[in-house]
Write a protein that binds this ligand. Structure first.
Ligand SMILES: C[S@@+](CC[C@H](N)C(=O)[O-])C[C@H]1O[C@@H](n2cnc3c(N)ncnc32)[C@H](O)[C@@H]1O
Length: 206
């Protein structure tokens, strides 16, 4: 099923379909040209599957480094999932650097990114300020960054980084109310049961 649904970020022998200029060829990947949403760290794929199904006018590229999550999403897509989802297996930052030009995405989603709670691991965080600036650069003007996390100190850092990033305009002064279109994943359920509610940060590219 894999060739119809996805590609590996790090397989030089089988790169995604590319334009002559070396960008992701979205027409060939999705069979049409529609606004593109990239979800970073899609896990088992629950959120991307539900959001794409409710949003047929946009295409969704789910990027996940953990192979069982990729496999679960591909199996779901093959089993009657929405037609507007493709899967990239590997590092989303590499994916965006190699094949996604600046100012080209309609949205970037990152739901429950790994919190890396130990201070010495903070440099691995997906939403540290330099990476946030890079992600903002991939959004088209008017495009949306949507992050959710159950890790309160990380949530505060993400919000502060978003408020300090000149290319982004947060939709709320503080955390955004949970948007109805973001489904509750099993990961979020477990966090809530452990007393860690989710914080949403939503910002628009200026
Ligand atoms: C805590 S899990 C959350 C999964 C899912 N979003 C959810 O809400 O259930 C974080 C996921 O991000 C993935 N991940 C972390 N860094 C990544 C990267 N640079 N590129 C792609 N996936 C990444 C991990 O493999 C993991 O599956």
């Amino acid at each position: 099923m894999w060739p119809g649904y996805g590609f590996e970020v790090d397989d030089p022998a089988a790169p995604p379909p590319l334009t002559p200029g070396g960008e992701l060829d979205r027409e060939r990947l999705f069979g049409r040209r529609a606004p593109l949403v990239v979800e970073i760290g899609s896990g088992m794929g629950e959120a991307v599957r539900a959001m794409a199904a409710a949003d047929a006018g946009r295409d969704y590229l789910a990027c996940e480094a953990h192979v069982p999550g990729v496999a679960n999403l591909v199996a779901d897509l093959a089993d009657g999932g929405p037609a507007n989802v493709r899967v990239a297996a590997g590092d989303a930052l590499e994916l965006l650097r190699r094949w996604v030009p600046p100012a080209s995405l309609d949205a970037v989603h990152a739901f429950f990114p790994d919190p890396w709670p130990k201070a010495r691991h903070h440099k691995r965080r997906l939403l540290r300020p330099d990476r946030l600036a890079f992600l903002a650069s991939r959004l088209a003007v008017g495009g949306t960054l949507h992050v959710a996390t159950d890790w309160a100190p990380y949530a505060e850092e993400i919000l502060a980084a978003v408020l300090a990033e000149p290319r982004l305009h947060a939709t709320h002064e503080g955390f955004a109310p949970r948007p109805a279109h973001r489904p509750v994943t099993r990961f979020e359920e477990r966090a809530a049961a452990a007393g860690r509610p989710a914080f949403d940060v939503v910002a628009v590219r200026r």
